[in-house]
Structures are given as structure tokens and as C-alpha cells.
Design a protein around this ligand. Sequence first.
Ligand code: GMT
Length: 381
Amino acid sequence: MKIGIVCYPTFGGSGVVATELGKALADRGHQVHFITYNQPARLDFFSANLFYHEVSVSNYPLFDYQPYELALASRMVDVVRFEKLDLLHVHYAIPHASAAFMAKQILLTYGIYIPVVTTLHGTDITLVGKDRTFKPVVTFSINKSDGVTAVSQNLRDNTYEFFEIERDIKVIPNFIDLSRFNLKAKDHFKKAIAPEGEKILIHTSNFRRVKRTEDVIKIFAKVIQKIPSKLLMVGDGGERSDCEQLCRDLGVSSNVRFLGKQDAIEEILSVGDLFLMPSLSESFGLAALEAMACKVPVISSNAGGLPELNIDGVTGYLKDVGDVDGMAEKAIYILEDEARLAQFKDNALARAKEFDLANILPQYENYYAEVLEQAKASNLL
Ligand code: GMT
């Protein structure tokens, strides 16, 4: 199959899922064409089946806001026509699904019908999509897609609740490549971070408000009163400097390391004993899945799709959003007993294996086939 993938090329979860999916599809013999404004962050190698088509946006001074969506739609038309794509898979509704609709209409004037699959990732629905500014466009472009997937049952339910959706949405969860994300021997790194054998807690995110990064610091400040420990804060974003200040205010700065954006995230996770994800909203929680694959249990909020991943009392614990005391108490409970910690670590890995790429990839391939079949049955192809 020749598949066009449209995504944000950044480190965000939707871009990571799109890129990893494209790489896996290419390994299975499909030809995959990425269409976006920058080389996707994890697409930094050569593969005969992978192509990248840049969307370049004009710098015309008349525009205060450059029309990216139009440039993207034009590029989609161009790539579908000249690469003879079978299907477009767009990740994150805004503006990818609406740009795909426009491209589809233009392609019809050339006698080409291109089926479009839209994957909803989370904030495109829960935060941005619900914004009145975007709601009509999001509703329309979901209804006009040939196929729609959501990364959790909770996100699917949310989408039906907040938009007038007239079509089916299929749940295909996030996945993990266990050949990359697994427990690695990183003893030197562990010794450098925790020379006295302290426990290591980890948080990774893009430090947006929705991640409640300040709760991470507050939880840690309580844990360290009972358990000798260190905290690694991985990633960067708007909340980082406030977090650094909070560390000073709470007197824990010397035990917290801010590592910024990191490529080899699996190596950092490999030294972890506990992962913290107190998010306000989280459609799935890919970062937590990455931690679990490296045998790190998770203390998370019970927001969104997190209960579909993190099993309370088995792979970690879930508490209400903002329940810093409850999260700290459960973190201490896991960390204070070596045998208990080892059991939680084993459970985390076992759960992560259920989201193995090998199990999830065929779900996407089958769904593409179904969408193409439907288009054929409707005489569109
Ligand atoms: O979580 C982020 O900040 C990034 C965001 C994105 O869309 O790039 O991630 C969302 O998509 C991921 C992949 O499907 C999910 O695992 C994350 O849970 C989801 N984030 C939120 O819902 C906040």
C-alpha cells in the first residue's frame, strides 16, 4: 500500500505515534510518505520505503498569520497525485483533518478519490477541539473522514459527548516498540544520579499546564521525606522555570535534575524506579507506557484514558487529579519495600507487552483495508 502520513513533526505524543507507525508500516513493505513542515523528530535514518515531503509556507508580509493549512492541503494534493497514494492517514484533527478534506475535494477535480483516515490523539479533542473557535471545523472534518480512530475508549466517548458525530470511531490504542523500549543496563548513569543507591523517580513531558508538572515536584518533596530519592525531570516547555523555582521553594533542588529534551529516553527510563504522571487530562499516556516497557511502575492521575493503561494496585496507582498527598503516599508504599517494588516492576512490563507494536500494527493495517473496501463498495475508487 502507498500511505501518506500527515502529523506534527515534533516530540509530542501524536507525532511520535505517527512516526513510529510509519516506520513500522515501511518495515512491513508499505511505501510511506510523510507530509509535514519539518523532518519528523524520530525519522533520522534512511529506509527505502520512507519518504518525507516538506510543506513550505510562504513568508508573504501581507499575512499576519501564514496559511499553513492551505500550504498543507496543496502539498497533499501534489503528493497524492504524483506518488499515486492509496490512502492518507492524518494524525491530530487540527488542522490536519480539515486540510485533508480540502485536498480530497481538489483531488476529485482530477478524478482521484483519496480515502482519509483521521486519528484523534487527545488535546485535539479535549482542549483545542472543544474551543468554540474550532468546534464546527473539528466536527465537520471528523464526520467527513473515511475512517476515524481514537487512542482510547475514553477519548472515543469524549468525542461523542462533545461533538455531533455521525460516524463510527474505532479505538486503536498507542503501542510500544519493545525492541527499543526495554530495561537496559545503565549502571554508570544510575550511579552518577543516585550515588548512595537512592530511588529514582522520573517524569517526562512537554511541560504544558495539562501535565501538572508542579504536582510532580510536590509529590517528590513528600516522598523524599521518607525515602532517600532523586527526581529526573525530562523534557522542556512553558512550565519548566516555575518548576525549577518550586524546587528551590520546597528545598529539594539538589535532588532534582532537569535534563531537557532527550532522544535516548529509554536509557533514562532504565534507571527509574517510579514514573509520575499526575496529568489533568491524558487521552492515553504514551510516556507512561514507555516507562512501563522499561519496567517502571506508574503513579498517575485517573484522568482520561489512564485507567485503560495503568492498573490500580497492579502496575502502579491512580488518584484523583491534584491529590498530591494520595499520590505521594502510594509512591512511598511502592518504594519502601524491595519485594513489593520488584513485583510492581514485573507487572508494569507485563502490562506494557499487551501494547506491543506487533499486536497493534495489524489493527491499523486491517482498518486501512476496511476503509479501502468501503470506498470500493461505494464505487468511489
Ligand atoms: O501529551 C502531549 O502533550 C502530546 C499529545 C500530542 O497530541 O502530541 O499527546 C496526546 O497524544 C498521545 C499519543 O496518542 C497520547 O498518548 C497522550 O495521552 C495525549 N496527550 C493528552 O491527551 C494530554
